[in-house]
Design a protein around this ligand. Structure first.
Ligand SMILES: *Cc1c(COP(=O)(O)O)cnc(C)c1O
Length: 371
């Protein structure tokens, strides 16, 4: 989603005139203020991308080298990368089959004397078991960091999702609902962390003569911030368009045996970042991969998201997934998950086409003569 070019040009004009192009300029400061309101959090600190926000969020707690951080394999590679890049050890735990987010019971099984933190992901905008994870973290004295890259604007009984746990990282990448093209933020439930995050974002510089932490350059520039300010007024319309698309998809998909929709969470608002489905091949009559290629045949590009999962990638291939069952839930899920096209440019004809492909794919198998 891009803002109107004229409006952006005007703001860039102001930036040129002032000569302040980065390092906490006026648009940057204004966006942080407005994000606190929008996300309903006391602290929102901008970053130049979601990954640097995740890196700094983990760095905040000064965990010792090799300390274990438990996370989900059902996420984007940046999540475990941010653990490993900090010199910490990613440990993978299974997900709950209903929410597809970290299962607190599986997290318990992954805990060792070296465990220091949990990095939960609100995958597809579905919120983690906040109470369950809080309970585990209290019992074992662990930090909780959340990756809310899919969960912009989500509220839980009116409270902003960025106010849970010890810190939350957001991504404002161009593929996300709310975007600054590249960008991100750390939010925390209190104001105390702001100084620490500020320094980590700016090379660990305390003042002109003192550098007291191993920081990075995580600063967002003024052009990104200008785009962010404009998009704050635009993303709700996109979100609403997606909400009505969700209703259209739900209407015809709930009629198919073997198709499960994203869960409804009472009291939780939707980000409308993704529209994930699970295809149970036996009940649906065709596999996720069949469906994916039949959609592709008619020019509809769905995504096998997340497939492969992080533990299928070279750096994490040898990592086990701690789970309650013999086979991790996530190993089954990864072959069932498909995300349908989900944005305001999806037309009614597209929806009709997708409906037809689902009907034909399911029917084909149903009417296959028994041999
Ligand atoms: C997009 C994304 C990120 C990374 O954000 P960038 O802004 O692209 O660095 C991290 N985690 C998840 C789950 C994401 O989807």
């Amino acid at each position: 989603m891009l803002p109107e070019l004229g409006a952006l040009a005007k703001m860039i004009g102001n930036i040129w005139e002032s000569g302040i192009v980065t390092n906490h300029g006026p648009y940057h400061e204004l966006l942080e203020e407005r994000l606190c309101e929008e996300l309903r959090v006391p602290t929102a600190m901008l970053f130049n991308n979601g990954t640097s926000a995740l890196l700094a969020a983990l760095k905040m707690f000064d965990l010792e080298p090799g300390a274990e951080v438990i996370t989900t394999p059902l996420t984007f590679a940046a999540t475990p990368h941010s653990i490993a890049w900090n010199g910490l050890t990613p440990v993978f735990a299974d997900v709950d089959p209903r929410t597809m987010t970290l299962d607190p019971a599986a997290v318990r099984k992954a805990i060792t004397p070296r465990t220091r933190a949990i990095l939960g992901v609100h995958t597809y905008g579905t919120v983690c078991d906040l109470d369950g994870l809080a309970e585990v973290s209290q019992e074992f004295g662990l930090k909780i960091i959340y990756d809310a890259a899919h969960a912009f604007s989500v509220t839980v009984n009116g409270a902003g999702i960025g106010g849970f746990g010890d810190a939350t990282a957001f991504s404002f990448h161009a593929t996300k609902l709310y975007t600054t093209i590249e960008g991100g933020a750390i939010t925390t439930p209190n104001m105390i962390d702001a100084r620490k995050i500020y320094m980590l974002r700016n090379f660990g510089i305390k003042n002109e003569e003192e550098v007291i932490d191993v920081g990075i350059n995580g600063k967002m520039n003024e052009i990104q911030a200008a785009i962010g300010l404009l998009n704050l007024d635009l993303y709700r319309a996109e979100q609403q368009a997606r909400a009505s698309l969700r209703t259209k998809y739900n209407e015809f998909l709930s009629g198919f045996d073997g198709v499960s929709l994203q869960v409804d969470q009472p009291g939780v608002s939707r980000s409308e970042q993704y529209y994930p489905l699970r295809i149970d091949a036996t009940r649906f009559g065709a596999s996720r991969d069949d469906l994916y290629s039949h959609l592709k045949d008619v020019g509809i590009f769905a995504r096998k998201y997340f497939y492969p999962i992080c533990t299928d990638f070279t750096p994490y291939m040898s990592c086990p997934i701690h789970c309650l069952s013999k086979i991790p839930v996530v190993e089954t899920l990864k072959n069932q998950l498909i995300c349908l096209p989900f944005h305001s440019r999806v037309t009614n004809e597209d929806v009709e086409m997708i409906r037809t492909v689902f009907a034909n794919t399911a029917q084909k198998r149903q009417y296959q003569p028994a041999l």
